[in-house]
Design a protein around this ligand. Sequence first.
Ligand SMILES: Cc1cc2nc3c(=O)[nH]c(=O)nc-3n(C[C@H](O)[C@H](O)[C@H](O)COP(=O)(O)OP(=O)(O)OC[C@H]3O[C@@H](n4cnc5c(N)ncnc54)[C@H](O)[C@@H]3O)c2cc1C
Length: 472
Amino acid sequence: MNGLENIIDAACIVTDSNGMAPYLTDWRGRYQGIAQAVVKPRTIEEVAAVMRWASSTGTPVVPQGGNTGLSGGATPDRSGRAIVLSLERMNRIRAIDPVGNTLVAEAGCILAHVQEAAVEAGRLFPVSLGSEGSCQIGGIVATNAGGINVIRYGMTRDLVLGLEYVTAAGVIVPGPRRLRKDNAGFDLRHLLVGSEGSLAILTAAAFRIVIPPPARVSALCGITDPTSALSLLSHLREVGSDAITSFELMCDGEMTLIRERLPEIAQPLSGRYPWYVFVELGGSVQEPLEDLMSDALSQAIDSGIVQDAILAQSVAQAQAIWHVRFAVSEANRLAGFSVSHDVSVATADLPAFLAAISDRLPRIFSGARPLFVGHVGDGNMHVILHFRHDGPKSRLERDALALRVNDAVYDIVGEFRGSISAEHGIGRSGLAVFSKTANPEELRLMQGIKQVFDPAHILNPGAVVDPPRTRD
Ligand SMILES: Cc1cc2nc3c(=O)[nH]c(=O)nc-3n(C[C@H](O)[C@H](O)[C@H](O)COP(=O)(O)OP(=O)(O)OC[C@H]3O[C@@H](n4cnc5c(N)ncnc54)[C@H](O)[C@@H]3O)c2cc1C
């Protein structure tokens, strides 16, 4: 181990293959890597010592949180040179300040635990994702995670007030500060949010938390097409101003996969519709909020925007609705071979974008059907090309097919001037296409930033940005 055992307690180093296995493959089992060791520091000083060692030995370091990322960014490559740096032992919630409405948590805290701690203090930690029982604070900051509440509270970036981190050279930048206003110099915080382990090791973050809306009401609607979803969104915005906390769209193909693969999940709507909208409103008093949702949905049904809707009458019914939405990744994982994309376009362009995908992809890839689910209020859709058969047999063939699917999807994204990564990040899976499609000047600037933070290129090499090309 090139002296690593001399600088950190042996109890923090895992080298046996069984102990390392869960850290060397991602949640979906799509990426598999090899590492010298998995290192699990307990303090920021230990993180710094590991980084000084890595920098002096030129050892690549792959930071890892809950390992739920969907872009392969937390999995080492297959060279066997890297170490995985798991932050899971740094899992203390350091402070909750209900006066300043701030919360400070270490990188290894599981998101659901942070949400619970905020609730106990009478506050809401607004980031909410299907993976919240496993993903960690370091991971959600490093990927600038989105989720179902972005429409009301923004992405993780919008909540981060300050960061504590360790540089590639092993220097501690203490913190995190909880300042709401700080215009002193460049805001490095926003470079590190979304940097996917390629610029620094995040060890703690301070967040803005909010007063939770005391009243919430959820509904599931059956609709005919994505245009109706946007009409409903617009209608709800007009009658409910800023009450919308979540507004999600799913196609019937995806709902059918959930019915087939996870039959234990109750289906709140008995009928079947081409598309479904999941909506939550949040406000200060329950009854008027329920009236608002109920009146809005009745009007939407009368005007033909909505075909049918169920309004949750209890917390349990609301949970049942959102349980269906959160089952998507698991259903897709069980359903066999598919190629997924996390893309965004301007919200108003979504119907035309989805129509272009539905029209063109099945003509290029016979036996495949596009499925859609996503955060329609944010213009962010997960486009999943699902192959009814098991897809190609070998990994090589699958990878080649995935590349062709990516090209086809990203061509259409390009036509709509959209983004190839709305919320999952670039990681390893998106590096080639990002390098090809990014604005060349912006890419050059990003490579320069990478060079400044990580001159020896030891932080998550192969993820997000390649180092600048040197001239011969
Ligand atoms: C069921 C399911 C649902 C999901 N839903 C959503 C969703 O709605 N919205 C969304 O945005 N994402 C979603 N995701 C993706 C994923 O959960 C998020 O990207 C999450 O933020 C990753 O957190 P993690 O702790 O698991 O990070 P990991 O997967 O461990 O790491 C992700 C990236 O962050 C880096 N990293 C991790 N910790 C640190 C650190 N301390 N310092 C520096 N870099 C670090 C890693 O190197 C890697 O590049 C979903 C995933 C699943 C499995």
